[in-house]
Design a binder for this molecule. Structure first.
Ligand SMILES: Cc1cc2nc3c(=O)[nH]c(=O)nc-3n(C[C@H](O)[C@H](O)[C@H](O)COP(=O)(O)O)c2cc1C
Length: 367
C-alpha cells in the first residue's frame, strides 16, 4: 500500500507540520495531584519520536474548581502543573514534534463529590446533565464570564509555555458542547435559544482565546455530533445547520476544525460520501482533522474502550483515498498510538508487521 499521502507535509498560514498524522487527545489519568510528571513528558516525547506530526494532549482542566473529574487528570493552571507542561513541550520539541494542549471543562459531566475539589458543584448552561435531568442551577452571566476568562488565560499560558497551538474541547457533551446542544441548553437569554444563540458561549470562548494569543497563533476547535453515551445525538441535522454553526466559529477566530467521529469512513449526510470533517472543510474552507478507528477494527466506545485487535492497518486504504481526494487535511489517531508510539514511522516504512496492536493493557500504562 502506498502510504505516502499520510506523510506529505502540511502547511497552513499558521501551522506547519511534517506529516498528516495527529495524535488524538486521550485522557490517561497518570498525573497525580493533577500535575503531569516526567513520565507523562516521556510518553508524549515517544509519540513525537515515533513520527506523529501534531500531538494533541489529553484534555487538561482550565482554572475553575469544577473543570475536571479525578485526582490524576492534569490541569492547566498553577505553577506546578504549568511547569510540568513546560517539560512536556520541551520533550516533544526536542524530537522535532509539535504539540497543542486540549483545554477542557467537563461541565455537567462532573459528579458531585468528584476529586480534586470534592465540594465543587458541576456547572452547565441549564443545570441539566447529559440525560437532560436537572441536577443544579443554570450558570449566571458573571459565572459564564469567569469561565470564558479561564479559557483565555489557559490559551495565553499555552502560548507562553511554547505550545504550537491550542485545541478547545468543544466535543462529546462537555461544557462547550453542553451550550451547543439543545438537550443540555434550555436557556432563554443570549446564550440559549436557536443554534446561533446556543453557539454564543463557544463563540465568546474562541474570541477571548483569540484576543489572548493574537492573530498568528493557531486555534483548533474540536466538535462532534455524538455525545458521551448518546451516539445518535446531533448538533446539526443538515449541512445548512452545520454551515451556520461553523460559520460563527470561523468568524470568531477558529483556524482548524477537528471533527470528531467514531468511524472516519462514514458519510455524514445523505447524498454525499463526505464525512463530518469533509463537510467541515467544504463548508468553511478551513483545514480539518478527521478521526475515528484508524488502524482499528472496533470503534471507540467510552464504556468499553478495550477490544482485541488483529489488523494494525485496518481502514488505511480508505484513509489514503480520502486524503488523496483532499476530503480533509489531517487524520487523528487515538488508540492505535496508545499501544505503539511508533505507529506512524512503522506505517511509513511499510513495517506494519512490527506494529504493537491495541489491547486493553495499553490503557493501564504509559507505554
Ligand atoms: C482512553 C481514551 C481517552 C480519551 N480522552 C479524550 C479526551 O480527553 N478528549 C477528547 O476530545 N477525546 C478523548 N478521547 C477520544 C479520542 O480522542 C478519539 O476521538 C477516539 O478514541 C477515536 O479515535 P480512535 O478510534 O483512533 O481511538 C479518548 C479516547 C480514549 C480511547
Amino acid at each position: 500500500m502506498n502510504t505516502a499521502p499520510l506523510f506529505q507535509p502540511f502547511h497552513s498560514d499558521k501551522l506547519k507540520l511534517d506529516n498528516r498524522v495527529v495524535m488524538a487527545p486521550m485522557t490517561r489519568g497518570f498525573s497525580p495531584g493533577n500535575v503531569p510528571g516526567d513520565d507523562v513528558a516521556q510518553y508524549y516525547r515517544r509519540r513525537a519520536a515515533g513520527g506523529v506530526g501534531l500531538i494533541v494532549t489529553e484534555g487538561t482542566g482550565i482554572d475553575h474548581p469544577a473543570s475536571i473529574s479525578g485526582a490524576t487528570i492534569p490541569v492547566f493552571h498553577g505553577e506546578e502543573a504549568l511547569a510540568g507542561w513546560k517539560k512536556v513541550v520541551d520533550a516533544v520539541h526536542a524530537e522535532g514534534g509539535k504539540i497543542a494542549p486540549q483545554l477542557w471543562h467537563v461541565g455537567m459531566a462532573r459528579k458531585v463529590g468528584d476529586e480534586p475539589n470534592v465540594d465543587a458543584q458541576p456547572v452547565g448552561p441549564s443545570g441539566l446533565d447529559l440525560k437532560g435531568e436537572k441536577i443544579g442551577e443554570p450558570l449566571t452571566e458573571s459565572e459564564i464570564a469567569d469561565l470564558i476568562q479561564a479559557y483565555a488565560q489557559a490559551a495565553s499560558d499555552a502560548k507562553k509555555l511554547g505550545f504550537d497551538a491550542i485545541e478547545l474541547h468543544g466535543a462529546h457533551g462537555y461544557l462547550i458542547d453542553q451550550f451547543l446542544w439543545e438537550r443540555t441548553n434550555q436557556r432563554t437569554d443570549r446564550y440559549g435559544g436557536d443554534l446561533a444563540g446556543r453557539a454564543t458561549f463557544a463563540v465568546e470562548v474562541v474570541r477571548a482565546c483569540r484576543a489572548a494569543v493574537g492573530e498568528d497563533y493557531p486555534i483548533i476547535f474540536r466538535y462532534s455530533q455524538w455525545k458521551m453515551y448518546d451516539y445518535e445525538a446531533r448538533l446539526a441535522q443538515t449541512p445548512e445547520e452545520l454551515e451556520q454553526l461553523l460559520g460563527l466559529l470561523v468568524d470568531a477566530g477558529v483556524d482548524i476544525f477537528h471533527a470528531s467521529t467514531r468511524r472516519f469512513w462514514e458519510p455524514e449526510f445523505e447524498g454525499s460520501e463526505l464525512n463530518l470533517a469533509g463537510w467541515t472543510q467544504k463548508l468553511t474552507g478551513k483545514p480539518t482533522i478527521s478521526v475515528g478507528s484508524v488502524g482499528l477494527q472496533a470503534e471507540f466506545t467510552p464504556g468499553a474502550r478495550q477490544t482485541e485487535e488483529t489488523d494494525p492497518t485496518a481502514h488505511l486504504e480508505e484513509l489514503i483515498h480520502k486524503l488523496e481526494q483532499n476530503e480533509f487535511d489531517l487524520i487523528a489517531v487515538g488508540r492505535a498510538l496508545l499501544s505503539d508510539p511508533e505507529w506512524p514511522n512503522k506505517v511509513r516504512d511499510q513495517r506494519s508487521d512490527d506494529i504493537q496492536m491495541f489491547s486493553r493493557e495499553a490503557l493501564q500504562t504509559l507505554v
